[in-house]
Design a protein around this ligand. Sequence first.
Ligand SMILES: C[S@@+](CC[C@H](N)C(=O)[O-])C[C@H]1O[C@@H](n2cnc3c(N)ncnc32)[C@H](O)[C@@H]1O
Length: 219
Amino acid sequence: MGKNKLKRFSDNARFDHVIEHTDFQDQPKPKGKWQSEIFGNKNPVVLELACGAGDYALGLAEKYPNKNFVGIDIKGSRIWKGAKVAKKESIDNVRFLRLLIDHLDDYFAPGEVSEIWITFPDPHLKVRNRRKRLTSPKFLKIYKKIASDSCTINLKTDSPSLYKYTLEIIEQEKRNIQKRVDDVYVERPDDKDLTIKTFYEKMHLKNGRTIQFVSFSAH
Ligand SMILES: C[S@@+](CC[C@H](N)C(=O)[O-])C[C@H]1O[C@@H](n2cnc3c(N)ncnc32)[C@H](O)[C@@H]1O
């Protein structure tokens, strides 16, 4: 492993903004305690899944100081980037959790999450990998376990295939679409929530890709 990565991993271990699944081998997980123990307030908890460097979690956290944001990704070196920004800019309402999304319900209690953002997840185009798509029925079932009654799931993607697949799954799973934007930067160029740009999104925009968005009910 490169020196750079090792340094980031050791930084993560002492950063206040980073929580790692490995921290909980000998102690209880923060399930049900995100507001009371992690954030120390009663504000709603919003997740950014597959957050990478957590650009969305950070962008939303600055706009919504009365909400708590948790960026979740399995890659520690990416989370490190977001944690560095949070520390430098003293953004207190954001944390980063290094975790496989598959285990979300070990870390969040039923109803604990009020909103979920999924930003530019890998589309896993091969049919044999469809269960890895973060909007597959397998994952929607996990999100449902931790979602509040009014929880919304927001997907932003550059992949027409993942977008189409997600629209099909929304129908199949009888969820309600709350907002559908087939071309974010043509239809909603001034929408402050939809136009926060992630690292991957900036690359996709450079390559002329169309960015699509859909939000739907978690239940
Ligand atoms: C294409 S990147 C997008 C990162 C970021 N959202 C952005 O737009 O810049 C996808 C991210 O999903 C994470 N990821 C994929 N599957 C995951 C899983 N099951 N659990 C946790 N992270 C996952 C990867 O580690 C990677 O950082």
